[in-house]
Ligand binder design. Sequence first.
Ligand code: CMC
Length: 428
Amino acid sequence: MSKTAELIIDGKSYMLPIIEGTEGEKAIDIGNLLETAGVTTLDFGYKNTGATKSAITFLDGDKGILRYRGYSIEDLAAKSTFLEVSYLLIYGELPTQEQLTKFSNDIKTHTLVHEDIKKILDGFPSSAHPMGVLASLFCSQTAFYPESLDPNRSSEGVYLSIIRSLAKMPTFAAWSYKNVIGHPVNYPDNSLEYSSRFLKMLFAHPAAEYDVDPVIADALDKLLILHADHEQNCSTSTVRIVGSSKASIYSSISAGINALWGPLHGGANQEVIVMLENIKKDGGDTDKWINKAKDKNSGFRLMGFGHRVYKNFDPRAKIIKKAADDVMTKLGINDPVLEIAQKLEEVALRDPYFIERKLYPNVDFYSGIIYRALGIPVDMFTVMFAMGRLPGWIAQWKELRENKEPIGRPRQLYIGQTLRPYVELKKR
Ligand code: CMC
């Protein structure tokens, strides 16, 4: 029997359908409320507003559960590869060996980017942040592939755009950085797999050959898997809302890259390292910085702490913390910043301010440290997040399109001036 919720406004009752998800989550469908009761709902930051029904990622913030298409993040991080996970997210099932080989070969066919991309790169000053460059290069694909603008594109056409997006992302990401540091760009080496191909494009230069270290490539692949999707977060919602206007996949993803860049979202991984370095320079007194984070007037937050949905622990942070330890041991790295991070975590987890507000280390707290250990430049940390999140954005864009969802258009509660007469300029 279908369930309903009763809402009483000014003594009048309205019955609202309750929809249940496959994991027992319940949502009240308020879609007709404006029509039937003449009221809208208000929820700043969409803290408790479901914008869609999705079959891609399941997340339980209280229990610290994260699953892609029903598979636990722990299993996928331990046993899978980034391309396998990308296929799973986008097409709903783990690929067979044949499907994976085709997917990987199709991607390899499109790793080169148009030579004119170099002219676009030339236009950026050396002060450009790679995230801004990446978003621009991604959007520029609408110019190189104008057929992608067709909102009624065939499924073969959409497949090609998906393949091109995945194929060119590592090239764009590496080139964004090379351009900023003034080095010549490297072309993709298709004898290498996804993460190794990116590392070679990022690190090799004419004065030094670069042999990909499998420990680094494996760690990077795992990090990309952990970032691959996270249901309706800020950047993914941005991709969906831009895509809902029937904008192309490239412009939708470019918008997602921009949304991810902010320090409260993906930009936090860069900010964590900046913060830890500052604490180190300041003498390493973690208590002082914890107190600063608790002082609302300081404007300072402990970067890498807290999460909109995880209120006990972030399962990705747990895996990354262990991966960071493994990588540091394997590579023989002893990073003093790691010690400060560990101290900060210990102090924060004992402090009532953080306990009461359920603030725990999130994925970005340890990902910055591991990227540093892998030799990835700090400016590239958020670009790494974008590379990882790409299959999730694609899967969500594709789902929205296949579900024929309407254009995204939230309501508001107007609190401005009511009607007043216009006053001519000379009388003001
Ligand atoms: N340091 C100090 N206090 C904090 C922090 C923090 N990092 N995060 C939240 N608080 C406090 C906040 O001041 C508020 O206190 P009060 O109730 O006294 O006003 C309370 O905790 C709730 O915070 P909120 O801002 O209402 O929570 P939110 O769900 O809107 O924000 C967040 C979530 C992730 C934006 C926030 O925790 C934050 O700014 N964290 C630091 C930035 C960060 O690490 N972001 C990466 C998120 S994980 C990667 C991703 O998926 O994007």
